[in-house]
Design a protein around this ligand. Structure first.
Ligand SMILES: Cc1cc2nc3c(=O)[nH]c(=O)nc-3n(C[C@H](O)[C@H](O)[C@H](O)COP(=O)(O)OP(=O)(O)OC[C@H]3O[C@@H](n4cnc5c(N)ncnc54)[C@H](O)[C@@H]3O)c2cc1C
Length: 200
């Protein structure tokens, strides 16, 4: 089964095909789904000394994990102000800290598995309308409460760097980075196999 046509599918590092599972097997952990969540779980279980079997219905990285934007950065889909409203300041800080740990986790895996998966450093979030107050608030929260040295860019800077008049405010995260997501999940799968994880 071929991956759906995409730039990611057309720039695969390797094309290995895994065969369908037949029979039975004894294993400590069964992971269903070879996406980012499943393969990361499998990898950490193997590193903790468990035996692991990964069951994937289609191909490694077939779902969102193999065809997403490839942006790795701290934070959540929800804006930080709403996160604080939902769970309170202390828990929001803790959750944000976990998300930064996730970013560093992915960086460490890439550096040890294949540094060539890294496609760029730094992530810039921009607005399509003047949103200075929101961006200032977000930037202040991340810098003051989360000790995260993000930068707020004035519209002139955003526009000059992007060479476009379409955007306004910018929030630059120097810790964020960009990866080839399909090659990353496939690199995780190879590492799972190297450590003894089975992908029938
Ligand atoms: C368009 C888009 C862009 C995105 N951009 C980003 C981004 O830039 N940065 C970011 O961090 N996140 C991004 N995301 C989110 C991110 O891709 C997902 O949160 C993440 O990939 C989810 O991983 P997962 O392993 O939970 O699921 P999936 O990647 O969907 O993996 C699930 C796997 O399970 C398999 N499966 C399902 N059911 C079964 C079954 N019954 N038996 C066997 N196998 C099964 C599927 O075939 C699939 O391979 C984006 C998502 C989308 C949709």
């Amino acid at each position: 089964m071929n991956y759906p046509n995409s730039w990611y599918a057309n720039t695969l590092n390797e094309h290995g095909i895994r065969t369908a599972f037949v029979g039975s097997r004894k294993t400590d952990v069964v992971v269903i789904g070879a996406g980012l969540a499943g393969l990361t779980t499998a990898l950490e279980c193997l590193r903790a000394g468990k035996t692991v079997t990964v069951l994937e219905g289609k191909r490694v990285g077939w779902g969102a994990s193999g065809r997403n934007g490839g942006f790795v950065m701290a934070g959540f889909a929800e804006e930080v102000g709403n996160l604080v409203k939902s769970v309170g300041l202390e828990k929001a800080k803790t959750l944000y800290g976990y998300s930064r740990m996730g970013v560093e986790y992915v960086r460490e895996q890439i550096m040890s598995l294949d540094p060539g998966l890294m496609m760029g450093n730094g992530v810039l979030g921009v607005s399509r309308y003047l949103a200075t107050a929101e961006f200032e608030h977000e930037c202040g929260f991340l810098r003051n409460y989360c000790n995260h040295a993000v930068e707020r860019w004035e519209p002139e800077k955003t526009r000059s760097v992007l060479k476009s008049q379409c955007y306004f405010d910018g929030l630059y995260d120097p810790e964020g980075f960009h990866i080839h997501p399909l090659n990353y999940v496939r690199a995780l799968a190879l590492e799972v196999e190297r450590l003894g994880g089975k992908d029938p």
